[in-house]
Ligand binder design. Structure first.
Ligand SMILES: Cc1cc2nc3c(=O)[nH]c(=O)nc-3n(C[C@H](O)[C@H](O)[C@H](O)COP(=O)(O)OP(=O)(O)OC[C@H]3O[C@@H](n4cnc5c(N)ncnc54)[C@H](O)[C@@H]3O)c2cc1C
Length: 389
């Protein structure tokens, strides 16, 4: 089979790329390794900028019909002081995020891509993938051969495509993430929660339903030496009054999902004939709340670049790689600041105390996390609000 675009990976990055390519009139084949998409280790929070992107592409109703609106975030400092914030409206960005169950989101995107004309091959990880003159040739496990002009790696943090293209870089700081959905002890409010502990471990809680929370914990891998994932989670619940109130300790036979590493680095998001989108193009840390939005916007940016310049793909891909690198740099700097802050509990407590004094500043801060505006503009807003009586 000959096609314009071959995409590897059927997560939100692959699904979004496939559907936007198909809508733009390109022939596209997507191969997903799993026959049925599995449960994901994911907080399932979509930031306000991600909601805006879904709305812009008329996908909001189909991708999150039962999604819960998230009005803001509660930040809990190492001294357990709570800071309640609300997402501020941004430029064409709503003042709410969404709790989006997965893999329902991923399946919805694949379904819409199929309707738009994309060919989706589930349970197909190419057995062989090679460059040809003018493109790529993939041989699927069933012997089918697919030839394409453009290859897109949407195969996640451990991207085989990035490795094949020689773009993978070693990760700088590898943390481990553990995830589980749990019944809530109390009726949950429409606010995400981020609990920071005094040793740099943090817990994200997403109230995916009034009676259910999605619980993720991120720590250094050493925290799991000689301790089970269940014990690690129960220890953090026991330490935190807020978590204790929200959820009960896990039973010994609970089965949380574990993933490692929680970040990925590449030297560039494209070569002259291939591109990486979503986590495959680099992923900083779950703390940034960037993942699903990153999957969606990189797909959007890539498809815009290649459809504008399909006859000069190397130029289009170079432009995409530049934009990806610029935005990645801005978020990386921000994440480094957060990471060094959460590893200094006294500093994290002081920042929490200061933000609690000025609600407007705190809301602007959460707007940066929600990608409601670029970090530089967010810090300017914070400064303006700090000096406004
Ligand atoms: C603990 C934790 C919590 C998180 N919480 C949030 C959150 O609350 N909000 C948020 O926005 N993000 C969150 N993220 C990040 C988010 O889950 C990812 O950024 C997002 O899933 C990236 O989508 P993707 O499509 O790039 O990759 P993935 O979702 O990983 O999909 C990649 C797909 O590629 C397939 N694949 C792999 N190799 C091949 C191959 N060779 N051929 C074919 N298919 C292949 C895989 O089977 C998979 O289906 C979290 C991450 C972690 C670790």
């Amino acid at each position: 089979m000959r096609t314009d675009v071959l995409i590897l990976g059927g997560g939100p990055a692959g699904g979004m790329t496939a559907l936007l390519c198909a809508r733009a009139g390109l022939a596209v084949v997507l191969c997903e390794a799993h026959a049925t998409l599995p449960e994901r280790v994911c907080g399932m929070y979509l930031c306000p900028a991600g909601v805006a992107l879904l709305e812009r592409h008329r996908l909001r109703e189909r991708t999150g019909p039962g999604a819960r609106l998230l009005r803001g975030m509660v930040m809990v400092a190492p001294n357990f002081q709570r800071l309640v914030t609300q997402f501020p409206p941004g430029d064409n960005v709503p003042d709410y995020g969404l709790s989006l169950p997965r893999p329902e989101l991923d399946n919805a995107l694949l379904g819409i891509a199929r309707e738009a004309g994309a060919v989706i091959r589930m349970g197909m990880r190419p057995a062989k993938l090679m460059r040809t003159t003018g493109g790529w040739r993939a041989t699927l496990p069933n012997g089918e051969v697919i030839e394409a002009k453009l290859l897109v790696g949407a195969d996640g943090r451990k991207s085989a495509t990035a490795r094949l293209l020689g773009l993978t870089l070693p990760v700088r700081r590898s943390r481990i993430a553990i995830h589980i959905d749990r019944p809530a002890r109390i009726r949950t409010s429409p606010l995400g929660e981020m609990h920071i502990f005094d040793d740099g471990v943090y817990v994200g809680v997403n109230p995916i339903a009034p009676d259910t929370v999605n619980f993720s914990i991120v720590s250094d891998p050493e925290a799991l030496h000689g301790v089970t994932a269940v014990n690690l989670i129960n220890d953090r619940i026991a330490r935190s009054p807020g978590l204790c109130e929200l959820i009960a300790s896990l039973p010994a036979d609970a089965k949380p999902g574990v993933t490692f590493p929680t970040n990925a680095r590449v030297r560039a998001a494209a070569t002259h004939d291939a591109a990486l989108v979503g986590d495959a193009s680099g992923y900083i840390d779950p703390l940034t709340g960037e993942g699903i939005y990153g999957a969606l916007w990189t797909a959007d940016e890539l498809v815009r670049a290649v459809t504008t310049d399909w006859n000069d793909l190397p130029a289009a891909l170079a432009r995409y790689a530049r934009i990806r690198a610029q935005r990645h740099r801005a978020k990386s700097v921000l994440c480094e600041v957060f990471q060094s802050m959460i590893r200094r509990p006294r500093l994290a407590n002081s920042v929490g105390w200061l933000l609690a004094r000025r609600q407007g500043v705190a809301n602007s801060f959460i707007g940066i996390i929600g990608n409601s505006y670029p970090p530089s503009r967010g810090f300017l807003r914070m400064a303006q609000q700090a000096f406004t009586l």
